[in-house]
Design a protein around this ligand. Sequence first.
Ligand code: FES
Ligand code: FES
Length: 181
Amino acid sequence: MRITVTVDGTSYTDDVEPRTLLVHYLRERLGKVGTVVGCDTSNCGACTVHLDGHSVKSCSVLAVQADGSEVTTIEGLARDGQLHPVQQAFHDNHALQCGFCTPGMIMQSIDLLADNPDPDEHAVREGLEGNLCRCTGYQNIVKAVRDAAHHMRPGAGPEAERVAGADTGSRTASSVGGGGE
Ligand code: FES
Ligand code: FES
């Protein structure tokens, strides 16, 4: 089946098998290896991307379901060489160890902050409950999300203005969840 999908600001038209998962299309066809596969069974959240502005586990979506849509991956977050504030906050708060969960954590965190710009600890933990981390114990991840919320608040300065409504861009992301294998 032929699909046209915009990924990280670039439009792609491709023929795909009806059974191709979005995560496999992103990684294998487009080379977006910053989006990783942790389980393939919708449990870990490592493959989380944004589909039309909302987070989805891309191992639970078919590529054909993204036809006509806009997808943002971890690789599309940074702008003009600047990390997205959530990426920056993960860096600043040491919210990763092996980093495998980090792309999904960051994509889910951005969606969470779009719904609730000032979440308390409980709200962060609840918002990230579909994303598993085997390394950090989650403490610094929660801190990072709350720190990002602080920096993204309206009136928080040029950084907040820069990301208001923005969901795509270029890189520097590989150092904070944009790498992958
Ligand atoms: S790889 Fe998609 S949820 Fe684990
Ligand atoms: S940092 Fe290793 S799984 Fe989260």
